[in-house]
Design a protein around this ligand. Sequence first.
Ligand code: UDX
Length: 452
Amino acid sequence: MNKDIVCIGAGYIGGPTMAVIAKMNPSRNVWVVDINAARIDAWNSENLPIYEPGLDEVVREVRGRNLFFSTDIEGCIRKCDVIFVGVNTPTKMFGRGAGRASDLQFWEATARNIAKWAESDKIVIEKSTLPVRTAAAMSAILNTHSSLKFTVLSNPEFLAEGTAIRDLLAPDRVLIGGPSDDAGAAAVRELVDIYAGEGDRWVPRERILTTNVWSAELTKLAANAMLAQRVSSVNALSQLCEATGANISEVARVMGADSRIGSKFLKAGPGFGGSCFKKDVLNLVYLCESFGLRDAAAYWNQVIAMNDSQQRRIVERLFHALFNTIANKKIAIFGFAFKADTGDTRETPSGAVVRMLHEEHARLAITDPKALNNAARDLADLDGIELVEDPYAAATEADAVIVMTDWKQYPGLDWKRIYDSMRKPALVFDTRNCLDAADLRKTGFNVLSIGR
Ligand code: UDX
């Protein structure tokens, strides 16, 4: 009999990941539970709480068949032998490690609930990104007061937002860290089977990599830190290109042709955002510091400092292009999501730029196809910000348009119409290098790009 599954936490892991696990394992029941009833109601409705291409279809296929969303955490812990923990681990905002370490209180509370309610042995799987050696702490909490056996595995999630379903259906690799004793090995086999899918129709077994628990925990932080570092490196080079007349797209294309470097993740832009990169790099910094590795900590810290610099530089360049005064000028912000194809605005570069421009007393109109609700929430403390669905309305009478997110509809807009509606001289600052700058110049725009 296949063991049933529960996931605690109805976010990115409880949603897309569990939906695909249920799809590829049709004879297992998968429950997703959360203390937040509104969130569970949303998962049970036609309006899912996460926008992700392809997600609606998968949820429609499996919800009510073998995927269920519920608030009955206790009941689901009792009846399921495989427990994924996908609760959020935000950056801690108080005490030791404030601003850098992960806040583990939700994780620990969850572990204690599992210990309290379980009536049989369980496999407990860390899916949230956690600092190295958390599994050991959890195992200690779980296995102290009980005659039951809890085996803790680490199984970090590598999906990227906007491509979550594609990443889940065909991942580069799946990583499972587990203890080497018999119970550990059996638990790892169980989880490998889940990812291989029924009839081995999901992840090819050679792509399911197993390591010890600590390596798995560290790998997630390391992989995200390396990716963030690439973005900061290419952005640092883009600044030099701007100063010297070289073109970052050309430099990146040729660098990327070296197979040791590779062509992906070399796009200069407004810096990285999203829920993971900053948090994970800060976590790595904190880990290095706590082991006395000051040089390593300073190295990773610089990845964040470079990211902040890139956003400050956008505002500085805009300031100079607008004749050193932005006060009372209307600036249209095209895109508030941290990247295209998501409504997510966590750590979005657009937010940082908007705040700096607001300090300069700009009049701001923000447009975005998916992120305006989040923008309203994130910017609730700022007055006089206009949020508009229609990019043409956002640009009307503006002195400048700043493209902050590479939404695919932006290159296809009628830029002549936008030009005609703006105050002159009209400026476009394309921080994603996604528009045709030569064409815009022909239309009459002044154009700023990144790294050229
Ligand atoms: C990332 C990791 O890719 C994923 O494996 C992990 O599980 C979670 O964190 P995500 O945050 O969804 O995923 O987005 P990603 O596509 O990786 O982009 C992160 C940020 O870097 C975005 O702000 C993006 O615009 C920026 N970026 C990415 C660049 O500026 N240049 C690039 O070349 C690539």
